[in-house]
Design a protein around this ligand. Structure first.
Ligand code: PLP
Length: 453
């Protein structure tokens, strides 16, 4: 089996175990959809048909597909030094330069950056680093992490445990002990009848306080959240939520850690989603758009105090900091990330995102009038519509409507978006999308909605 056609036809008998898939349905399906090429906001399937990629792949190809500058940066680095490690006393230039540039841009300020490959690893390593730091500081009880229901933080054992999506725990004996979840600040879905946004935020914070107090604040190592929720439904907390949450955490001496795997590197119009949402994190995890997905690279940015504790612990234990990975600070990944930062600066991508976000918002919020749409929301270039069955139609707990709209959009109108639980259609197009392409995106989506009625 060596041709594209034969791989596509093989479908059910594919030797690849596919993730986040209904494996039984996949076994019965006619074949796999192969994506063969990509350019800008478009990808091409095996028949050469263009599809508008309104999800940037997996929220990640933020400078679009096939950017020649990124390809060039990769080739140059492959030629110079395709690999070297950053363990012990060794390092590589791209990793050193990238960590400095990320620190300079981040709200963390002074600190250090640890590089990994995936967002999951980044979150997993953050948990390890905080444990090590607290043990070193003589706080061995300070181990528990609080994250949020419907938050998504990845697929390793710790990252899945941080994740607050019940379906991701089922069958895997997760979450692991010590991973706690507090309520999801999704006002549209979780507000009580007649509850104002302000009252809702206060209730969210009361619930968090109750959790912290019942567990014992001295046992809580940190609170981890995405500034804007992604895979759990594009949850944008109401104004005031983060101010209150941070006040509460500060009072208990609990650090706020920001999972910026989606929101980092411009998605919300600033370098970091924490800046957009008014968060002052003590550590940040990045991934995805860091290399515009051209290479698996993630980063954990740690504030100086954590770094000091880790360094101190390393000395006190009488041996080195026993954590590392073969590909940490991979020179090709870091070179591509540096090219991403250069492009964002030189092409004024953040200004572009802010301008396009206005068009995106106007078109997305207008969908609120559509009979199949229950709620539309967005910030920067990430947004979602939550579908609802037509009045009088049966309920839709299985999300049949979103599956239908998704299939029609892709197969009939050449539009890819992300379908999520609770009938959510999520959009996170490449940051380089133009006004014309945003209009094209929503014209196609409306056609799919209309066809699904
Ligand atoms: N954190 C967030 C917010 C994510 O959206 C994701 C992936 O979707 C991850 C972490 C995990 O990243 P990865 O899939 O690269 O392991």
């Amino acid at each position: 089996m060596n041709s594209i056609e034969s791989i596509a036809a093989i479908g059910a008998a594919s030797s690849t175990l596919h993730g986040f898939a209904d494996l039984r349905a996949l076994q019965q399906s006619a074949g796999l959809k192969l994506i063969k090429a990509g350019r800008g906001v478009w990808v091409h399937d095996e028949a050469g048909r263009p599809l508008l990629e309104a999800a940037s792949g997996m929220w990640c190809a933020s400078l679009g597909f096939g950017d020649p500058e990124l390809v060039e940066a990769a080739i140059e680095q492959f030629k110079t030094l395709p690999y070297y490690h950053t363990l012990g006393g060794k390092s590589v230039v791209p990793s050193e330069v990238l960590s400095e540039r990320l620190l300079a841009k981040s709200p963390i300020g002074k600190g250090k950056v640890y590089f990994a490959c995936t967002g999951s690893e980044g979150n997993d390593f953050l948990v390890k680093f905080v444990r090590f730091a607290n043990n070193a500081a003589g706080l061995p009880k300070k181990k528990k992490f609080i994250s949020r229901t419907n938050g998504y933080h990845g697929a390793t054992l710790a990252a899945s445990s941080l994740t607050g999506i019940a379906g991701n725990h089922k069958g895997f004996d997760l979450p692991l002990p010590g991973f706690l979840h507090t309520a999801d600040p999704h006002y549209y879905r979780n507000a009580l009848p007649g509850e104002s946004e302000d009252d809702f935020c206060q209730r969210m914070v009361r619930e968090l306080r109750t959790l912290v107090e019942s567990e014992g604040p001295e046992t809580i190592a940190g609170f981890l959240a995405e500034p804007v929720g992604g895979a759990g439904g594009v949850v944008i907390p109401p104004a005031g939520y983060y101010t209150r949450v941070q006040e509460l955490l500060q009072g208990f001496g609990i650090p706020f850690f920001s999972d910026e795997v989606i929101t980092g590197v411009g998605r919300l119009g600033d370098w970091f989603g924490s800046d957009t949402m008014g968060i002052k994190p003590r550590a940040i995890v990045m991934g995805k758009g860091l290399t515009s997905a051209y290479f698996p690279l993630s980063a954990v940015i740690l504030e100086q105090e954590l770094v000091d504790r880790i360094t101190e612990g390393s000395d006190r234990n009488g041996h080195y900091f026993a954590h590392g990975a073969t590909y940490a600070g991979h020179p090709v990944g870091c070179a591509i990330a540096l090219a991403v930062l250069d492009i964002i600066e030189r092409r004024n991508i953040l200004d572009h995102v802010k301008r396009m976000a206005e068009v995106f918002k106007r078109r997305l919020l207008a969908l609120q009038e559509h009979p199949l749409v229950g709620h539309a929301r967005c910030v920067g270039l990430v947004g979602a519509v939550e579908l609802r069955p037509l009045p009088g139609a049966a309920g839709d707990p299985g999300g049949e409507l979103v599956k239908k709209v998704h299939a029609i959009a892709e197969n009939r109108y050449g539009l890819i978006f992300r379908k999520l639980a609770n009938n959510v259609c999520a959009f996170s197009p490449p940051l380089v999308i133009t006004e014309e392409e945003i209009n094209e995106l929503f014209d196609r989506f409306i056609a799919a909605l209309d066809s699904a009625m």
